[in-house]
Design a protein. Structure first.
Length: 253
């Protein structure tokens, strides 16, 4: 079951959920630029790029960026956000599935942030994604992504309500342990220019992957180095990643 975010949700996402991308972008860039030797290939592929906020940070620092996402609604917002870079063809945003894609360009850095790869249904899809990434990475290039862990997904259960003057958001979370899945049913009402409230509904699921299997699969695919880390210390390998709510995975070709 692929998950492409809808048009109304894309607009809300752009307004409300940019903080994560804004926070991690400079940290990922700094890690990558410290690891690569000069001249640093300033080419980025952003898988599940969403509304392009991470892409924008890299564009502002001179990178050529390809954003790939399953949702044409999210990509439409990304194109608006990065409009000036489209003109110069420094950026492009393409519809595609992170689980299986091919591109006509190689990249020094490939990223997938804010649970994007938790949206894949199983380890076979994740492995297929790793193969696709490996194919487009330059030698010694880096693949950096985050995952919610099983421990992290346990927090998804229950109902939360966010009540603001222009937006009411109701999140209903269901954790299905046996499937290692967490589902969120999101219903939102947001105020239009004519003062009416418009409703949208979205269902999102996250798959929790066994992290040892993730590392083993990356190595099988051919990555020469793999470690887990917290976002605030991407260089420091974590000894017990399953104890975290979310981890970053850093893999070098
Ligand atoms: C939680 S958002 C993260 C967006 C962005 N990376 C960020 O950091 O804000 C997940 C994104 O992944 C996209 N997505 C979900 N499944 C996908 C797939 N199989 N291939 C590509 N994109 C996918 C969704 O459309 C959405 O834009």
């Amino acid at each position: 079951m692929p998950q492409a975010y809808g048009e109304k949700f894309a607009r809300i996402y752009n307004m409300r959920w940019s903080a994560f991308a804004n926070r991690v972008s400079p940290l990922i860039r700094s890690f990558y630029e410290q690891k690569m030797t000069d001249p640093i290939p300033k080419t980025l592929l952003d898988l599940g790029c969403g509304t392009g906020k991470l892409a924008l940070h890299f564009l502002e620092h001179g990178y050529r960026v390809t954003g790939l996402d399953l949702s044409s609604a999210m990509l439409a917002v990304a194109r608006e956000n990065a409009q000036e870079y489209l003109v110069e063809e420094q950026a492009r945003f393409v519809v595609g599935d992170a689980a299986e894609f091919a591109l006509d360009e190689d990249f020094g850095l490939v990223v997938a942030t804010y649970d994007t790869l938790n949206h894949l249904p199983d380890l076979a899809a994740l492995e297929s994604c790793f193969h696709s990434v490996y194919e487009v990475l330059l030698d010694a290039g880096w693949f950096i992504f985050d995952l919610n862990t099983l421990a992290g997904l346990h927090r998804w259960g229950g109902v939360t309500v966010q009540d603001e003057p222009d937006l009411v958001l109701i999140n209903r979370g269901v954790v299905v342990k046996e499937m290692r899945r967490a589902y969120t049913y999101i219903t939102g009402f947001f105020r239009q220019e004519d003062e009416r409230f418009e409703r949208f509904d979205e269902v999102v699921y996250n798959t929790a992957f066994d992290l040892e299997a993730v590392a083993a699969t990356l190595r099988q695919v051919g990555f020469s180095h793999v470690h887990f880390a917290r976002v605030g210390a991407l260089d420091v390998p974590l000894p017990a990643p399953e104890e975290e709510g979310r981890v970053f995975i850093l893999a070098q070709k």
